[in-house]
Design a protein around this ligand. Structure first.
Ligand code: PLP
Length: 437
């Protein structure tokens, strides 16, 4: 029985072995719900396959027909502590009984103060720091754009090809990973320029030569490991070069750690793998184990805006802050170390798979944030259609995976996943590959 021991040891109640598929997919209850969803839901959502979730525990998801899946996607890189961790549930329950809402922009409450203290504690660097809480990742990006322009009184922002920073109008101007994301929404926030990811030199040789003077640039926004753009781990010199460029010209370096932060890569932040400290750090996704919360941590001298310059009614909600405190505790105690250890195991097994199956290439990643590309066996070219068939076949066998980039498959399970679950998931993927290749 898969992973029962470790799941019980981690304090998660057990909902049964996974993968466990007992109906055709989607099953009858899933079909009925999808039909209702289709009538009312915004057609803008992207669903690669019909997974209709009833409940989930740890790294196991159960659908509305009693089928169980291994979760290698963590609810889109959110459930770092696993689904419904008992300590997170207890923190949410206790806080909900005491205080559900008070606006943190207008009043004070203890979970918010405690969380800000802890976030500053984990943020590397000696300089004093301040924190702004938000409801989501895109709002953290939006706030960072405003803060950097406010502080520097400069307008230009630089980001990178393949970047994903969110979907609100400012964040969307920085996002550059798929044309569909911007199509028909312009004009977006102006004075944003992009260069290829990994190419710090292009900022000087192209942008500073043809587009703007460095003294007009407020900030450079970068993902220390690119996420939606295809799980790109940059060359070791890229971030240090960006850091040096920012120092030279008084530009604020913003690391978007919304996807890569909080232990996912085996360290609190992905930029720590590259030996730099940014001026601003952005977080969201797994910060509160699935409760809506984001954060912007900035050097205190940068966060110099006046009262009324920025705020939000719901940001820093007490229940979300309580969930975040429990989350940080769990990540620091065991999960980050588990991500580092099992990440090695994951990449080693993916390399074996790539040797065996010629459609699997380019194994890469940090911690439990890994990916492979799917290529045509004969031509070696990207094969997004084959990727789709593989995701579908894996789902039908009870493995939840997500795409990334043009032809990548990402592996980002909850950080509480254990060896057995990891191995069984990869075996399931191998079986799926055997049926479609
Ligand atoms: N930044 C990065 C790196 C992301 O991966 C995402 C979401 O995927 C965002 C920002 C936007 O976060 P949210 O979806 O919470 O608005």
């Amino acid at each position: 029985m898969l992973g029962i021991k470790q799941e019980q040891q981690s304090g998660h109640s057990w909902i049964g072995p996974a993968p466990w598929i007992e109906t055709s997919l989607p099953g009858p209850n899933a079909k009925a719900l999808i039909e209702r969803d289709r009538r009312y839901s915004s057609p803008s959502h992207t669903r690669d396959y019909p997974l209709v979730v009833q409940r989930a525990v740890g790294s196991v998801i159960e659908d509305v027909d009693g089928n169980r899946f291994l979760d290698f996607a963590a609810g889109l890189e959110v459930c770092l502590t696993g689904h419904c961790h008992p300590k997170v549930i207890a923190a949410i329950e206790a806080q909900a009984k005491a205080l559900i809402h008070i606006c943190g922009s207008d009043f004070y409450h203890s979970p918010m103060v405690e969380l800000m203290e802890q976030l500053v504690e984990i943020a590397p660097g000696k300089r004093p720091k301040r924190v702004l809480l938000t409801n989501s990742g895109t709002e953290a990006v939006e706030a960072a754009i405003k803060l950097c322009r406010y502080h520097t009184e400069r307008k230009w922002i630089i980001a990178f090809h393949g970047a994903f920073h969110g979907r609100t109008m400012g964040a969307l101007a920085l996002t550059c990973s798929k044309t569909r994301q911007q199509e028909r929404f312009g004009p977006l926030v102006p004075m944003v320029a992009h260069v290829p990811y990994g190419d710090a030199k292009a900022i000087e040789t192209h942008l500073f030569k043809y587009k703007m003077a460095p003294e007009e640039v407020a900030a450079i926004f970068v993902e220390a490991m690119q996420g939606e753009g295809g799980y790109v781990v940059p060359d070791s010199s890229f971030l240090p070069n960006l850091r040096a460029l920012c120092d030279k010209h008084g530009i604020i370096l913003v690391c978007d750690e919304i996807q890569s932060g909080l232990g996912r890569t085996g360290k609190w932040f992905a930029f720590e793998h590259f030996g730099i400290v940014p001026d601003v750090i952005l977080m969201a996704k797994g910060l509160a184990s699935g409760m809506p919360l984001g954060a912007l941590i900035a050097n205190a001298d940068i966060m110099d805006w006046e009262p009324g310059a920025h705020g939000s009614t719901l940001a820093g909600n007490p229940v979300c802050c309580a969930a975040a405190l429990a989350t940080l505790d769990l990540i620091g105690l065991t999960l980050m170390a588990n991500a580092a250890r099992l990440g090695e195991r994951l990449r080693a097994q993916l390399r074996v798979m790539a040797d065996k199956r010629k459609v699997v290439a380019n194994v890469r990643g940090l911690g439990l944030k890994c990916a492979v590309d799917i290529i045509n066996k004969k031509s070696g070219k990207p094969d997004p259609k084959l990727r789709h068939r593989i995701l579908q076949a894996a789902f039908e066998r009870g493995l939840v995976l997500l795409p990334c980039g043009e032809h990548g498959i990402r592996f980002c399970p909850p950080l509480c996943i254990n060896e057995t679950q990891l191995d069984v998931g990869l075996k399931t993927l191998d079986e799926a590959l055997a049926t479609v290749v």
